[in-house]
Design a protein around this ligand. Structure first.
Ligand code: ASP
Ligand code: MG
Length: 424
């Protein structure tokens, strides 16, 4: 007997037939004698629709065009998960399974006060666990919690993944299965490189990099939580036949296991290639090379909630002037230029340049820590294809390379094959 948290994303609960199919997956685990909690997303497209409604409501007179009451935003957008949790509980009951739905506030899942992007603070799973032990399946509305103001909060887009991992940690589940429309985590995006392979296992740290770099399988926050609480998390498909052989395997179900690196015996040097589109580069030329310059640039950008990524500063030739280049999402360029313009006197640059439509391609693998020459291999391979590198940053387990947008796919394929990731 094990305790399992099963999470189903929007495409898996998109209509009543799919909800029935989800119920069959749940039944399989219940029939095997496991204690089961299920976390559901809203039907696919639903949250977008709800967000759209909120954004199109009349504005409060005199308010900034983008401001609406975030508490009411949460009241509206949390409703999608309320619907699917109830529907799945009904579908389970129709199969003779004892099940009930739980809204975030009923458990309760306590969050902070950041409506629209709340963080989970505490989950009191006591009553839920007691019922699970009596054989009742808990069907939990993902994405939502209860703020300190006693109002519904939501966890940011894609937040049901985080609900699932947090619940798995809170109830000390043996496993957290994230059922989605793909059957696992791949060495790279299979739409770009058909030779991409599904990984059996990936370390938390690697998955964190893959997730934050645009491999959109999981919300980044959920991977952070899984890493902190060491929740063994499987990414697997909800579209496979629920009763196919091996689907109920307790230790090795089909899919990708995200786990501690110690569990990965045959560690490859490189695990995957990720990419992030729509990056923009901003360069400040001939800055004074003195203490406080970086703070003068990045302080105001941070205050304006602009997410700065790669930062490259040149060592100045004569100790007086330097250049600073960094990247931001393309959508933030205008705002960043405005902020930097307003702070021009304080920063003291000569000219400012920018370029949009860039792509960041990253090579990821914890094996890099103990291997030399990983970066050189990438640079050589890209050079052979005539791909120009605009900026490079590295960490212990990652090399990120900024290139022109049109070369993205070629670069991904080139890197994928140069590290031997192509399936044979
Ligand atoms: N329904 C929410 C969203 O679309 C949460 C989730 O699906 O994870 O962002
Ligand atoms: Mg999702």
């Amino acid at each position: 007997m094990a305790r399992i948290v099963m999470k189903f994303g929007g495409t898996s609960v998109a209509d009543l037939d799919r909800i029935k199919n989800v119920a069959r997956h749940v039944k399989r685990e219940v029939d095997a004698g496991h204690e089961v909690a299920v976390v559901v997303s809203a039907m696919s497209g639903k949250t977008n629709e709800l967000v759209g409604w909120v954004q199109n409501t009349p504005k409060v007179a005199g308010a900034d065009h983008s401001i609406y009451d975030a508490r009411e935003y949460d009241a509206v957008v949390a409703s999608g998960e309320q619907v699917t949790s109830g529907l799945l509980a009904i579908a389970l009951q129709a199969m003779g399974i004892n099940a009930r739905s739980w809204q975030g506030w009923q458990i309760p899942i306590r969050t902070d006060n950041a409506h629209g992007a709340a963080r989970i603070l505490e989950i009191d799973g006591g009553e839920m666990v007691r019922r699970m032990q009596e054989g009742q399946v808990a069907v939990i509305a993902g994405f939502q919690g209860l703020g300190p103001d006693n109002r519904v909060s939501t966890l940011g887009r894609g937040g049901s993944d985080t609900s699932a991992v947090a619940i798995a940690a809170a109830v000390k589940a043996d496993r957290c299965d994230i059922y989605t429309d793909v059957d696992g985590v791949y060495t790279t995006d299979p739409r770009i490189e058909p030779k991409a392979r599904r990984l059996k296992k990936i370390a938390f740290e690697e998955m964190l990099e893959m997730a934050s770099l645009g491999a959109k399988v999981l919300q980044v926050r959920s991977v952070e939580l899984a890493m902190v609480f060491k929740v063994r998390t499987f990414v697997r498909s909800s579209f496979e036949d629920p009763d196919a052989p091996g689907m109920g395997d307790l230790l090795n179900p089909p899919g990708t296991l995200i786990c501690d690196e110690e569990e990965i015996v045959e560690q490859e040097v490189v695990t995957g290639i990720a990419y992030a589109k729509d990056e923009a580069q901003i360069s400040l030329r001939r800055l004074a090379d003195r203490p406080g310059v970086s703070a003068a640039i990045f302080g105001p950008l941070a205050e304006s909630h602009i997410n700065v990524d790669m930062i490259v500063q040149n060592i100045s030739e004569d100790g007086s002037k330097t250049d600073m280049t960094f990247t931001v999402p393309s959508g933030d360029v205008e705002k960043a230029l405005r902020v930097l313009g307003e702070n021009r006197d304080k920063i003291g640059y000569d000219v400012i340049q920018n370029e949009s439509g860039l792509v960041k391609v990253s090579v990821i693998g914890i094996g890099m820590r103990s291997h030399a020459g990983v970066a050189a291999t990438a640079f050589r391979a890209l050079a052979e294809k005539g791909i120009n590198i605009k900026a490079i940053t590295t960490s212990e387990i990652k090399i990120s390379i900024l290139i022109d947008g049109p070369y993205a796919e070629l670069a991904v394929r080139t890197l994928h094959s140069c590290y031997g990731l192509d399936k044979s």
